[in-house]
Ligand binder design. Structure first.
Ligand SMILES: C[S@@+](CC[C@H](N)C(=O)[O-])C[C@H]1O[C@@H](n2cnc3c(N)ncnc32)[C@H](O)[C@@H]1O
Length: 398
């Protein structure tokens, strides 16, 4: 039997063995990355007899072997309809992330070599997330997505001979072709600072938290303005043909209209506002082909538009890192975990984090009315996580 809403203290592969088959709906986790951080944990025994901390193996190949052993066990405990989300980072060969070389770790029991791996050129990324993904697929997992966690507020890098890395991967795996998944939506088009408040075609514009369509006028919050515009290329081609026939230059038009907007219309970058088109017509009297579409503005209820279903959520997730001062390691931002839980675990299902850390996964799971279960080796982190979970109020889901 599984004791839910609890964090088990222990070594992940061992604790997992005590979990029944097909008992968990969703696994969300971030294992220690290879050669990045010394969690100062007691050395643990792995199936192959190696003793040490996960992530501090002398080679990434051994590290990956251990991870795969753990995820074989995850596959056993995951329900046939379950989902599994793994956030994994990479390392540069020979860089020694936290200054660790294997030889220095006080927990190091086996004879270790510094992690300068012969099979990968020095300074190269080891491609650990990619290797992990391939190994998981080779073990029968179905990889449904590789999500890019884009960190707008990433740490600056001292490197000057490569780019600053501002993303991490989250691999999304399932056991079977049919699994529980609730489709997630995001706004159709996020376009800020549109110069005029008119919504183009059937696309919506959003401000801030994407909830308010851009063109909701402060004076009339109940409606947004909509025009049923033609394809922008079609319109600019038509406009240019007419202009060339008339032998007028764009500069002349801009001068006469006392505006720099017209070159955007002729370049197919934007439509004239209804007001601009009216003025333009007064000055030049162009054919009426597009008049109706440019001038007819209809009002739509903003209420309906405020929460449109939007488009299927995409794979690049822009989520700022969220430091948690009491943890000495990188914690999940809650916003990163939320779509995984919403899409990958039904209400009252069980979400499991097998490297619980500060318990972010459980915080979000509880808020979203899911059950949770975790594994963590360090008892201090378990206490930290318990404190964080205690204060969570369940969200009212309608
Ligand atoms: C990257 S942190 C996870 C952080 C977590 N996602 C959060 O939001 O706080 C990895 C965690 O794995 C734990 N850990 C490392 N080796 C472990 C092992 N063999 N068994 C169980 N937990 C382990 C570490 O103590 C650490 O808390």
């Amino acid at each position: 039997m599984l004791d839910i809403n609890k964090i088990y203290q222990g070594h992940t592969p061992e604790v997992l063995k005590s979990f029944p088959d097909d008992s968990i709906d969703c696994v969300i986790t971030s294992p220690p990355y290879w050669a990045l951080r010394d969690y100062k944990l007691e050395p643990q025994k792995f199936e192959d007899g190696w003793e040490g901390q996960l992530g501090l193996e002398p080679t990434f190949k051994l590290y990956l072997k251990h991870l795969i052993q753990i995820f074989d066990e995850v596959k056993r405990v995951l329900k046939p309809t379950g989902t599994c989300w793994v956030n994994l980072g990479d390392s540069y060969n020979g860089s020694g992330g936290c200054g660790w070389t294997g030889l220095e770790s006080k927990n190091w029991k086996q004879k270790a070599k510094p992690h300068n791996i012969k099979s990968v050129p020095r300074k190269s990324l080891c491609a650990i997330p990619e290797r992990f993904k391939i190994m998981m697929i080779d073990r029968g997992w179905i990889c449904r997505n590789t999500i890019i966690w884009h960190k707008r507020n990433c740490m600056p890098s001292s490197a000057s001979d490569r780019f600053t890395v501002d993303f991490e991967y989250v691999h999304f795996f399932v056991k079977n072709q049919k699994y529980w998944f609730e489709q997630q939506f995001e706004p159709h088009l996020i376009q800020k600072n549109r110069p005029h408040g008119v919504v183009r075609n059937r696309e919506y514009n959003y401000q801030g938290k994407y909830k308010v369509p851009y063109s909701v006028q402060p004076r009339n919050k109940n409606f947004i303005e909509i025009r049923n515009l033609p394809k922008i290329k079609e319109f600019s081609l038509w406009l240019n043909n007419w202009r060339k026939q008339q032998k007028i230059t764009i500069d002349e038009i801009e001068l006469k209209m006392k505006s720099q907007a017209p070159h955007h219309w002729f370049n197919g970058e934007s439509f004239p506002t209804a007001k601009d088109w009216d003025r333009f017509k007064d000055l030049y009297n162009p054919p009426k082909d597009y008049d109706k579409q440019l001038l007819n503005i209809s009002l739509k209820s903003a209420e309906k538009q405020s929460y449109p279903q939007g488009r299927n959520k995409r794979c690049v997730w822009d989520v700022t890192t969220q430091p948690y001062s009491e943890a000495h390691f990188a914690t999940f931002p809650e916003k990163l975990v939320e779509p995984m839980i919403r899409s990958g675990c039904h209400e009252d299902g069980i979400v499991c984090d097998i490297f619980a850390g500060s318990g972010t996964t459980f915080k979000v799971a509880k808020r979203l009315r899911r059950n949770w279960i975790g594994i963590e080796l360090n008892p201090e982190y378990i206490e930290m996580a318990k404190k964080r979970i205690k204060h969570v109020q369940m969200e009212l889901l309608v």
